[in-house]
Design a binder for this molecule. Structure first.
Ligand SMILES: [Zn+2]
Length: 297
């Protein structure tokens, strides 16, 4: 319909162009009146075609995406959302955004991490292990109710079980299982995953394709705090992050550990001082953060 409409317009303007030339030759002639009539007729046909095209479009086109109702909380939706780049400029200034992420929970530290995050008006993305969900179900509900994102981090966190086969089957089965468990707790389905031990080198191109085809998005990180390896040394965690962050968008890897709870207030303070705003993962504004820069994820 659209093509037809375009070609009608082009045809109409060709006639109009030709008529101007001819009317100069036969000034005040009877033919000019006839030509004027023809032009009006063509314009009329063009107009009614465009009207009809618009009418047909409104009859058959699906409703715009914004009309579809979405769960209010966090903007989390069931279906794959529109993927767009995170806006990096606001009023001409480059926005610096820090995504705080906590892996391997929920745990006995989840509540303390949330208390500190709330003090700094910050939200985090939690990548949770399925086997821990049974022990701390209330922590999962709380973190979601307070505006944090429930990311997925496999059922077992076992390198052997997830990667030894080289294929994606066991990996995907674990992530589908943990996804169902989180869904049963909170009532909607999260799609963002983090591969235990990171996606590289054990997850190749075909493997990544399988993850994307299963409807997941996958985040690695930009700055690793190495907090898990620094028990009793919160200052070392703080200085690692201090040295590591410099990008406009940072995804900071931390874990649910005692030393992380101890370091967190200082970490949030230093990020603020460096001009970072804290953001929680938003599926409607997905940002690609994986080691392979794979845009499918
Ligand atoms: Zn982990």
């Amino acid at each position: 319909m659209k093509l037809h409409h375009e070609s009608t317009k082009v045809y109409g303007s060709a006639i109009r162009g030709g008529s101007r030339k001819r009317s100069r030759e036969i000034r005040y002639g009877k033919f000019s009146l006839v030509l004027m009539g023809l032009i009006l007729l063509v314009m009329g046909i063009t107009y009614s075609f465009s009207g009809m095209a618009h009418w047909i479009k409104t009859m058959v086109a699906p409703p715009p995406i914004s009309v579809i109702q979405q769960p209010a909380q966090l903007g989390l939706i069931q279906e794959s959302p529109n993927v767009k780049e995170q806006p990096t400029r606001f009023l001409g200034q480059v926005r610096k955004v820090a995504y705080i992420t906590f892996d391997d929970g929920p745990s006995k530290y989840t509540g303390q991490l949330l208390d500190i995050m709330n003090q700094y008006d910050a939200k985090a993305t939690f990548f949770m292990v399925g086997e821990n969900l049974d022990y701390y179900p209330e922590a999962v509900k709380r973190l979601v109710n307070e505006g944090n994102y429930p990311g997925l981090h496999s059922m077992t966190h076992s390198y052997k079980k997830l990667y030894k086969s080289g294929g994606s089957d066991k990996f995907l089965n674990e992530f589908k299982e943990v996804q169902k468990k989180v869904e049963a707790l909170i009532g909607y389905t999260p799609h963002l995953i983090r591969a235990p031990y990171g996606s590289s080198p054990q997850i190749g191109e075909a493997f990544r394709g399988d993850i994307a085809a299963a409807g997941f998005k996958m985040w690695d990180w930009t700055t690793d705090s190495l907090d898990w390896d620094l028990p009793g040394q919160p200052n070392k965690i703080i200085s690692r992050i201090q040295r590591g962050v410099h990008r406009d968008i940072e995804v900071i890897l931390m874990h649910e550990r005692k030393q992380t709870v101890e370091a967190l207030p200082q970490i949030l303070k230093l990020l603020k001082a460096k001009g970072y705003e804290f953001e929680v993962y938003n599926p409607n504004e997905h940002v690609v953060v994986n080691f392979s820069h794979d845009p499918r994820l």
